[in-house]
Design a protein around this ligand. Structure first.
Ligand code: ZN
Ligand code: ZN
Length: 210
């Protein structure tokens, strides 16, 4: 699996380009994102835009990228209804209405997204930050795209937005501790491969303490 972290701005969610054809999260600056994608691949090679959850800082550019590239938009079925909800998408915090985003594909826990050479991303439903938040696990490279569920150094996603649940988040992180993760690609902050299992364990302790 080849992963490019596209750097949009310090205020944006992380955006990852996988094998030049799958985009994980989209940031808030469509023009800059298109420019960055073009540095790595022909934009028309993009097939799929996976949104880890319904929050505006991850989804705002999705429609623009989908229209420009022809890629489909995918999100967990429990967050799909909130893509265009100003409150649930937290668009109001950023002072914008949500752009009109339509999910072409909805996921459930355990769904498999095939990559190349026998690799695949597994959808792990991790509610807590939002009802339909997901993480994506690739077992060959032992990679986890963790959205806003866990961050490096034992940090965890907020649960005080509408649809958040501290109890669900704690259960979701517990689920993540059963995966053998070597590289963590978080929704915010740096990518890390430094004893990631320990970092997720620290996140679980943090989640249980709040
Ligand atoms: Zn975020
Ligand atoms: Zn979020």
């Amino acid at each position: 699996m080849n992963v490019q972290q596209l750097r949009i701005s310090p205020y944006d969610a992380n955006t990852y380009l996988v094998n030049g054809k799958i985009l994980i999260d989209t940031s808030m600056k469509p023009d800059r994102l298109v420019q960055q994608i073009k540095e790595h691949t022909d934009i028309h090679n993009l097939e799929l835009i996976i949104l880890t959850h319904c929050h505006y800082d991850h989804t705002a550019s999705a429609s623009h990228i989908a229209t420009t590239s022809g890629a489909h938009i995918a999100i967990h079925q429990d967050d799909a209804p909130y893509l265009n909800d100003d409150i649930m998408s937290v668009a109001y915090i950023f002072g914008h209405p949500t752009p009109d985003i339509k999910a072409d594909i909805t996921y459930q826990d355990g769904d498999i997204i095939p990559l190349d050479d026998g690799e695949a991303l597994e959808v792990i439903h991790t509610p807590g930050h939002t009802p339909g938040g997901i993480c994506l696990y690739e077992p060959v490279s032992k990679s986890l795209f963790s959205g806003d569920t866990v961050f490096p150094d034992g940090s965890i996603g907020r649960t005080d937005f509408s649809g958040g649940s501290a109890r669900d988040l704690s259960r979701s992180i517990e689920k993540l501790t059963h995966f053998d993760v070597q590289t963590l690609y978080p929704g915010h902050g740096p990518v890390t491969d430094d004893n990631v299992k320990r970092q997720i364990q620290l996140s679980l302790e943090m989640a249980r303490s709040v």
